[in-house]
Design a protein around this ligand. Sequence first.
Ligand SMILES: [Zn+2]
Length: 216
Amino acid sequence: MGGINSGTRTNKKRTVGTCFALDAARLRQWGKFVPGAGLVAGSVVWTDEDQPPRRAFYDVDIAAGAALGTLRVMHLDEKARDLSICTIGLVATRCHLGGLRWWLACPVQRYGSPCGRRARKLYLCENTFGCRECHGLTYLCRQQSDKRVAAAFRAGTDLSEFEARPDMTLAEAIFAAKVFQADDARRERAARRDVRRRSPRKRAEYYKFTGRRPGA
Ligand SMILES: [Zn+2]
């Protein structure tokens, strides 16, 4: 299997739309994130016209009252020959209006320790689940500046109210997607700011690893 490094280098233009994703908000909607419920199992099949379907089985374990848990994913490779098992940490943050919002901690090893970035989605590229940053993914269309999105952030809106609901109109769903995309972009900018504060050696490693130029 090619490592994350090789994938990042050879697929510079890969976008989030071309990788299958595990989505924390979906899993929560499906009732999989229930503290104290014991081992909650499920399966998912990803289909796409350009690539063979992928199947994964998972179980979720969150202790009663805990804001941390584990998601264990067993997934078959593209040819359904090999089964890989990946353990992903779950972290919950409290929403302004009560309730928990769950995040997936990126398990990709970077500089000898897990990336750990909290993400709503982890992408399955080649045979590895990782965050957008680790897989070097970009959005196909960059976030268009939308005054309503900026206003939602200024108002300190709780993002959980934008999570998908069955009664959402298409316009609401599109707006919600824009809000989450803008939120991801903000987090990515914050992560880059973090990088600038690291030691010069770590910073050099980061730029070499990502192929980014300082200040880009
Ligand atoms: Zn990562």
